[in-house]
Design a binder for this molecule. Structure first.
Ligand SMILES: *Cc1c(COP(=O)(O)O)cnc(C)c1O
Length: 231
């Protein structure tokens, strides 16, 4: 059986290789962080990854995630990222338990997270999820409201705007995929001119991480390749 440690090492190597193939103007940018997406997977596998030195984990279902976070409370250096859709009635749990949230796509949710983030915790790190392919079935904000939402988050005391996230439309058209990622990078650079502290562009998953890294991703979210396929 292939262990989680071996799978993680393969993922590190794959990301490293893709990062080395980037063009010169990108090569000096931030190293690419791997978010290990552990949704639906048992806590033992997260512990295996932790024992191997991995610290960044992503979850998509609020209640499942909170249960795991509480069980793993003693591992204080885990960085928990919420990457799933956020319903209003679940925002408090996200605000109270996570270090990052990558899926903020509307002001209403940003406002709630800001109000609900306990003041004894560091501000919640936020990525705005952008629906770059304007896909009706995908969440994420439309480009037209991005600036307004970024400004709102920037002005929220308990939120720390760190960058952008996207999930692109499933397509076998490699050029189109690359174009979406390049459009995201352009949006990110434009916002960064305004908010120089932005440092995270989260895009690319097990199936499309090479084009995402080629375009300038600073974080890729890998589930299947690390933890195996999901039911
Ligand atoms: C599940 C999920 C992933 C991981 O996808 P894989 O294809 O299993 O690597 C990445 N990002 C988000 C937002 C997800 O929900």
């Amino acid at each position: 059986m292939v262990t989680i440690a071996e799978r993680l090492n393969l993922a590190y190597a794959r990301v490293e290789k893709a990062a080395q193939q980037r063009t010169d103007d990108l090569i000096t940018e931030h190293p690419v962080t791997i978010l290990a997406v552990s949704k639906t997977k048992p806590i033992e596998l997260i512990e295996d990854a932790y024992a191997h030195g991995h610290r960044q984990f992503g979850e998509s279902y609020v209640q499942e995630a909170v249960d795991k976070i509480i069980l793993l409370k003693s591992k204080k250096d885990i960085e928990w990222h919420f990457i799933g859709p956020i319903q209003s009635n679940k925002s408090r749990l996200v605000a109270e338990h996570f270090n990052w949230v990558q899926s903020v796509d509307r002001e209403k949710i940003a406002r709630r997270l800001n109000e609900q983030r306990p003041t004894n915790l560091m501000p919640l790190n936020v990525l705005i999820q952008v629906n770059i392919s304007a896909d009706k079935n995908k969440s994420g904000c439309q480009l037209e409201i991005l600036d307004e939402l970024a400004e709102f988050i920037h002005n929220s005391r308990q939120l720390n705007l760190r960058g952008l996230m996207t999930i692109t439309e499933q397509t076998n058209d490699k050029n189109k995929q690359l174009q979406y990622f390049q459009q995201m990078k352009a949006c990110f650079d434009r916002l960064k001119d305004q908010y120089p502290q932005l440092d995270t562009l989260s895009m690319g998953m097990s199936g499309d991480l090479e084009p995402a890294i080629a375009a300038g991703a600073t974080m890729v979210r890998i589930g299947t390749d690390i933890f195996g396929s999901r039911k």
